[in-house]
Write a protein that binds this ligand. Structure first.
Ligand code: NAP
Length: 261
């Protein structure tokens, strides 16, 4: 356990990670636990359905229901040092001709309203003398919309504005709220799809990945998917900046919004 992961009294620092049953959230919760943090991770599925190992306190809660927030926020019993909002509802939008109202509503609830209202609840419960870094994971999808992605992009754009409001409200508090904007992640599903295409074409996986990135967003200037290690370094960087990270937008997105942003 490093000095950076203990409080002034030597107790482990407390982190809350949402979306901790899968993908980036699960990876982040595992890495924080490995670094000596005391981690609570929240996902929707039951603990028995989370891929092992789960070296942290896992709790199942449906974050689209605001009634769950007081219990999730209060799980630290004494406040949090770091909160990472990674939960997301995709509704498989890439593969569906049109999302229904209910799926779009669920996206807005999980992707935008949950991080906003859960953070407000956390800040309300946080002891006045304990500093809390809140990192909100967002997506380069907020910069672009087409007929498939518009509801998802809208939920992420709403999240960005709600996050800015949270940061403004932290001027007078011992807290910082920052945004981590991510581009295409090196996750299991993308990796499996690209590997299958490479196999079919008899091409190298790196070459297929490079073409996929160029085609999926012409503004991207990276040739590899974004790895979880880089995401974790960025989260720790935002946390290490303390108050100075309030309102900050850290873009680990391969330049996907173009040159000016
Ligand atoms: N993957 C990418 O390429 C990419 C690109 C840019 C940005 N991002 C951002 O990175 C973050 C993580 O994405 P990911 O792809 O790693 O996610 P993921 O693998 O799809 O995992 C989503 C997580 O959110 C949880 N979740 C969904 N609905 C929930 C609900 N109602 N209540 C509680 N938990 C709920 C899921 O729990 P269950 O599975 O248990 O339901 C799961 O743990 C997101 O903010 C996403 O926008 C991802």
């Amino acid at each position: 356990m490093t000095a950076n992961t203990t409080t002034g009294y030597g107790a482990p620092r407390r982190a809350l990670v949402t979306g901790a049953s899968h993908g980036l959230g699960l990876d982040t919760a595992r890495r924080l636990a490995a670094d000596g943090w005391s981690v609570t991770g929240v996902g929707r599925r039951p603990a028995t359905a989370v891929e092992q190992p789960v070296p942290f306190d896992y709790r199942s809660a449906n974050l689209s229901l605001p009634g769950t927030y007081p219990e999730v926020a209060g799980a630290a019993n004494g406040g949090w040092d770091l909160v990472v909002h990674s939960a997301v509802h995709y509704a498989d939008f890439h593969h569906r001709p049109r999302l229904g109202f209910a799926d779009t509503e669920e996206m807005l609830r999980v992707n935008a309203l949950a991080p906003y209202y859960l953070t407000l609840e956390i800040l309300d419960q946080q002891p006045a003398d304990r500093f809390c870094s809140v990192v909100v994971v967002n997506s380069e999808a907020m910069y672009h919309a087409d007929r498939h992605s518009a509801p998802y992009a809208a939920s992420k754009a709403a999240l960005r504005l709600l996050t800015a409001g949270l940061a403004e409200s932290c001027r007078e508090r011992r807290a910082a709220v920052s945004t981590l904007v991510l581009g295409p992640l090196d996750d299991e599903r993308k990796r499996a799809d690209l590997r299958a295409i490479a196999g079919k074409l008899g091409a190298r996986e790196e070459e297929v990945t490079r073409k996929f990135l160029k085609r999926s967003n012409p503004d991207l200037v990276i040739e590899e998917l974004i790895d979880y290690t880089s995401c974790f370094h960025s989260i720790r960087h935002l946390q290490n900046l303390g108050r100075r990270a309030n309102g900050m937008v850290c873009r680990l997105d391969g330049g996907s919004a173009g040159s000016l942003i």
